[in-house]
Design a protein around this ligand. Structure first.
Ligand code: IPE
Length: 246
């Protein structure tokens, strides 16, 4: 079973508010429909949909809000993007099942996430493709905070026992001097290229992605949209991030 994240910047035009990159989304849907692997859980990011609303209300994974408008704007934008993604998947012949994390998850006061995966496992077993997304999440004592797609990917991979994890991003992998790094086994190997690289991304950046992939019990790959089909077919695309003991 594969857990795949489609980065928000892959499927939306990040420079224009709430704009889907239709050709890119269609390409991703076509690649998924053509894949031999039938068991795939998809998580998509926010891109030009959720981040703006979160930033406008000062909401992050740790800074919460009790403003009902903030909750609505973030969740509504992500739900509408999810409609577009599942719509494109249906048009490509897939059987997507929308799953809205806001309605499923919560965090305790320390920020620990509860994510029940029983329904998602059954959805997969019945031949559907669960499609989750970054979202707001109720957070004890803080109102609503942000739940990133990357955090969902890590939890789903662990709790559903994924064989492989893919983060499809706009870059072809983790880069050093413009070249894709083939394999990363520890964060210390790449601290030179990750340090402070994406300080503006409140939900993670590349350092956060690599760090969370290293903590998985499964190999993860970071790759670009052109490599999605090859990744789904099991080819060694992009950067392999594997923190498992040999
Ligand atoms: C962010 O999700 C969720 C919201 C801001 C509501 P991600 O962090 O996974 O989104 P991208 O992939 O960076 O756009």
């Amino acid at each position: 079973m594969i857990v795949l994240k489609l980065g928000g910047s892959v499927i939306t035009d990040k420079s224009t508010p709430e704009t889907v990159d239709e050709p890119a989304l269609e390409r991703a849907a076509t690649a998924l429909a053509a894949a031999r692997e039938r068991e795939v859980v998809v998580v998509h990011g926010a891109g030009s949909f959720g981040h703006r609303h979160a930033a406008a209300h000062g909401v992050t994974p740790t800074e919460g809000t009790h403003d009902p408008e903030a909750l609505w704007e973030v969740h509504d934008a992500m739900r509408r993007l999810n409609d577009r993604v599942t719509g494109a998947f249906r048009a490509a012949g897939l059987a997507p099942a929308p799953v809205h994390p806001f309605s499923l998850c919560h965090r305790d006061a320390a920020g620990a996430l509860t994510l029940p995966v029983g329904g998602i496992a059954t959805t997969l077993a019945e031949g559907f493709v669960p499609v989750l997304h970054g979202d707001g999440v109720v957070h004890r004592d803080r109102g609503v905070t942000i739940l990133s797609g990357d955090e969902l990917v890590v939890r789903l991979a662990r709790d559903l026992g994924a064989d492989r994890v893919g983060l499809c991003s706009t870059v072809p992998g983790v880069l050093r001097d413009g070249e894709v790094i083939g394999r990363i086994d520890a964060l210390s190997e790449v601290s030179d290229v990750l340090d402070g690289a994406e300080g503006v991304d409140v939900t993670g950046g590349m350092a956060g992605k690599v760090d969370s992939l290293l903590g998985l019990g499964a190999p993860g790959r970071v790759f670009g949209p052109d490599a999605l089909e090859a990744f789904l077919d099991g080819e060694p695309v992009g950067t392999l991030v594997d923190g498992r003991e040999d």
